[in-house]
Design a protein around this ligand. Structure first.
Ligand SMILES: CC(C)(COP(=O)(O)OP(=O)(O)OC[C@H]1O[C@@H](n2cnc3c(N)ncnc32)[C@H](O)[C@@H]1OP(=O)(O)O)[C@@H](O)C(=O)NCCC(=O)NCCS
Length: 172
């Protein structure tokens, strides 16, 4: 059985639950946080409820997806709804404090402990400087690019693909 809670110095990474709805909606409806996401900001709570249900019901065999909690409050998410591709988002109130670095680092250690995971990937908008900086800093390398991969509220968006192989000393 996969571990379902991860503690870092400032954060708790845990499975999503139904009463995260309002806090997660505050993140997924935030225009700043959603600027380079693969969908526009959520405009109704029902859209977030559906998204959260998908996260809650995602089978652990295919998924490693976590709500990020700080001081008892859900502030974002990190993880893979479908491994090995993962993503992360924090409410802008919590940006610029190293929290994404902290959350993603913990997620990587957890995901690479799985014997069935040899690498992780991420799909990032080339304009998303913060996200690219975060991944590069953690050792991810660009594997390719593609144009017009997502159509969102800001129009057609491109992708830069990143990959990190499991460090050889972490065999699971
Ligand atoms: C990307 C995101 C998670 C970063 O969160 P964060 O907690 O502010 O990140 P950190 O503080 O850990 O910073 C990570 C690195 O990126 C840099 N960085 C963060 N935001 C940046 C920005 N807008 N421009 C340039 N660099 C930035 C930081 O300086 C840091 O690098 P450093 O250690 O060399 O100084 C946050 O901005 C976010 O939620 N964005 C919206 C969602 C999103 O786009 N997700 C990516 C798609 S999967």
């Amino acid at each position: 059985m996969a571990m379902t809670e991860i503690r870092t110095p400032r954060l708790l990474l845990r499975r999503a639950k139904a009463n995260d709805l309002d806090a997660i909606h505050a993140v997924l409806s935030n225009p700043g946080a959603m600027l380079y996401w693969s969908t526009p900001p959520h405009d109704g709570i029902d859209q977030t409820r559906e998204w959260l249900t998908g996260m809650i019901e995602s089978p652990p065999s295919l998924s490693e997806d976590f709500v990020i909690e700080r001081d008892g409050q859900a502030i974002g998410k990190v993880g893979a709804w479908r491994l090995p591709d993962f993503g992360y988002i924090l409410h802008p109130d919590h940006w610029g404090a190293g929290l994404a670095t902290e959350a993603v680092t913990a997620f990587l250690t957890h995901a690479f402990a799985r014997p069935d995971i040899d690498y992780l990937t991420a799909d990032i908008d080339p304009r998303n400087a913060g996200s690219i900086r975060l991944l590069t800093k953690l050792g991810f390398r660009e594997t390719g690019r593609a144009a017009r991969t997502w159509h969102t509220h800001i129009g057609w968006c491109d992708s830069v693909y990143f990959r990190l192989d499991k460090p050889p000393n972490r065999s699971g």
